[in-house]
Design a binder for this molecule. Structure first.
Ligand code: ACO
Ligand code: ZN
Length: 159
C-alpha cells in the first residue's frame, strides 16, 4: 500500500486536483479559480500523494471579516473552500491529516479561526470536522444550486 505524503500543491498538480474535485463533489470551479487560489494562498493549498498519484487535496483562502466564534468581533479566518479524498482512499486518515496540516499553515499565517460550509446531509464530512473541534455557527438555507442547505462550521486555531 505504501505511505501517503501531504505536501504543498504545485501548479503542475492543478489538473489532477480538478479531476479529484470532478469525481468527488458536485461543486466545481473554473480552472482559473484553482490557479488564482494557489497563487494567492500557496501555504494552505495542500495535496495528498500516494505512490506518485494525487489522492486528495485541501484548498483554502485567508480572509478578514466577522468572526464565527466571537460575537461582533473581527478575525483573520482560514476558509476551507474545498477538501476531498478519492473514494478508494477514504477512511485512512488522509482527510484528517490534510485538515490538520492546513490548519497549522493557517495559524502560521496568523489566522485565529478556521471555517467552512458543508451540506447538511454530508454526515461523513460533518463528523470529521466535529472531531477536529468544529462547531456549527449557522445554517444557510438553499446555499447550494440544488437547493440544499449548508452548515457553517468553525473552529479556533492555535491556543
Ligand atoms: N470511507 C470513509 N470513511 C471511512 C471509511 C471509508 N471506507 N472507513 C472508515 N471511515 C471512517 C474513518 O475511520 C474516519 O473516522 P475515524 O477518524 O473515527 O477513524 C472517518 O471515517 C474519515 O476520516 P479520514 O479517513 O481522516 O477522512 P477521509 O480521508 O476519508 O476524507 C472526506 C474525508 C474528505 C470528507 C472524504 O470523505 C471525501 O472526500 N468526501 C467527498 C467530498 C466531500 O464531501 N468533501 C467535503 C465537502 S465540505 C468542504 O469541502 C468544505
Ligand atoms: Zn466556502
Amino acid at each position: 500500500m505504501g505511505e501517503y505524503q501531504i505536501r504543498r500543491c504545485e501548479r503542475e498538480d492543478i489538473l489532477a486536483v480538478i479531476n479529484i474535485n470532478a469525481d468527488t463533489l458536485p461543486e466545481h470551479y473554473s480552472d482559473y479559480f484553482y490557479y488564482e487560489i494557489l497563487a494567492e494562498f500557496p501555504e494552505t493549498f495542500l495535496v495528498a500523494e500516494l505512490g506518485g498519484v494525487l489522492v486528495g487535496y485541501v484548498m483554502c483562502r485567508i480572509e478578514y471579516g466577522f468572526s464565527h466564534l466571537k460575537r461582533l468581533g473581527l478575525a483573520r479566518k482560514g476558509h476551507v473552500v474545498s477538501v476531498a479524498v478519492t473514494q478508494q482512499h477514504r477512511g485512512k486518515g488522509i482527510g484528517t491529516l490534510l485538515m490538520q496540516t492546513t490548519q497549522d499553515a493557517m495559524a502560521a499565517k496568523d489566522a485565529t479561526e478556521s471555517y467552512l460550509e458543508v451540506r447538511v446531509t454530508n454526515s461523513e464530512a460533518i463528523a470529521l470536522y466535529q472531531r477536529l473541534g468544529y462547531k456549527v455557527s449557522s445554517r444557510l438555507e438553499a446555499y447550494y444550486k440544488d437547493g440544499e442547505a449548508a452548515l457553517v462550521m468553525a473552529a479556533p486555531l492555535g491556543q
